[in-house]
Design a protein around this ligand. Structure first.
Ligand code: HEM
Length: 254
């Protein structure tokens, strides 16, 4: 991942975007066998026509809701994509990331990778409210998260892809599991192993990192990788960096 400075947050580097679909096609294509109280999926399998009769305007409602947020905050596209990733990577795409703490479990919102970092909950809530008005007790939040992530990718110039639907919402969440999300401070082997444990491979991991084509990161998440190259206290690639970049790096080193 490469990051560039912008205020306190940093704009993430340009790179291939299209391969994000590999991951989401892989994960989204799997049926989630999680209890959704109002409407069981057909034999637990996802389907491209799942809401065709029960909520025909779903895509339009999601699109409108996404655009209403995007118009005021273009970064929300990145945040919603990441929200989807952080949901799916922790016990599947079950919208468990949306659950607050209860007396029975500590939710995922306050796990280290998510706290003061994941964004977009209010967008999902607003879309869910509109979906409920149109089709009460039909559409899972898990499906809304998936659909809105696609809107975010398409709007940001990425590809479109077909999404099978019919996920059920989880009724529990796990802070401990969310703490296992890939961290920018762990070695490549660990991150790769985490992807492998989800049935993905190193190629998936590399191309999915193209998700960082858009969005922001806090300086603390990558600053230390810009300096002290092999213990030399040099800025990485300083010899090749332009004077502007060198000036910028010196600035954030302070
Ligand atoms: C490979 C392991 C990954 C690591 C270690 C990682 C790490 C990070 C970190 C540290 C940030 C900055 C968070 C902050 O400063 O608050 C970030 C942002 C982001 N990540 Fe990842 N990430 C990974 C994989 C992914 C994947 C697979 C996607 C989606 C395909 C993704 C999408 C994003 C997006 C869009 C942002 C910007 C969010 C925003 O601006 O609100 N990341 N990631």
């Amino acid at each position: 991942m490469h990051f560039f400075l912008k205020m306190d947050y940093k704009f993430l580097c340009p790179s291939a975007f299209f391969c994000i679909i590999c991951f989401f096609s892989a994960i989204n294509g799997r049926p989630d066998y999680i209890y959704y109280p109002s409407r069981p999926a057909d034999n637990g399998m996802l389907s491209y026509s799942f809401y065709d009769n029960s909520c025909p305007n779903l895509n339009m409602i999601v699109r409108w809701g996404f655009w209403a947020a995007y118009i005021n905050d273009t970064r929300i596209a990145a945040s919603l994509l990441r929200l989807h990733f952080h949901d799916c990577f922790v016990n599947g795409c079950d919208a468990s990331i949306l659950l607050d703490d209860t007396k029975d479990f500590k939710g995922e919102k306050n796990a280290l990778p998510n706290r003061n970092s994941v964004r977009g909950f209010e967008v999902i809530e607003s879309i869910k409210a509109n979906v409920e008005k149109a089709c009460p007790s039909i559409v899972s939040c898990a499906d809304i998260l998936v659909l809105v992530a696609r809107e975010a990718v398409v709007t940001s110039g990425g590809p479109n892809w077909p999404i099978p639907l019919g996920r059920r919402d989880g009724i529990t969440a796990s802070e401990a599991a969310a703490n296992q999300l890939p961290s920018p401070f762990e070695p490549l082997e660990n991150i790769t192993a985490k992807f492998v444990s989800k049935g993905l491979d190193i190629n998936d991991m590399v191309v999915l990192s193209g998700g960082h084509t858009i969005g922001f990161a806090q300086c603390s998440t990558f600053k230390r990788r810009l300096f002290d190259y092999k213990g030399t206290d040099l800025i990485i690639c300083i010899t090749r960096a332009s004077s502007t970049i060198r000036a910028f790096l010196s600035l954030i080193k302070l």
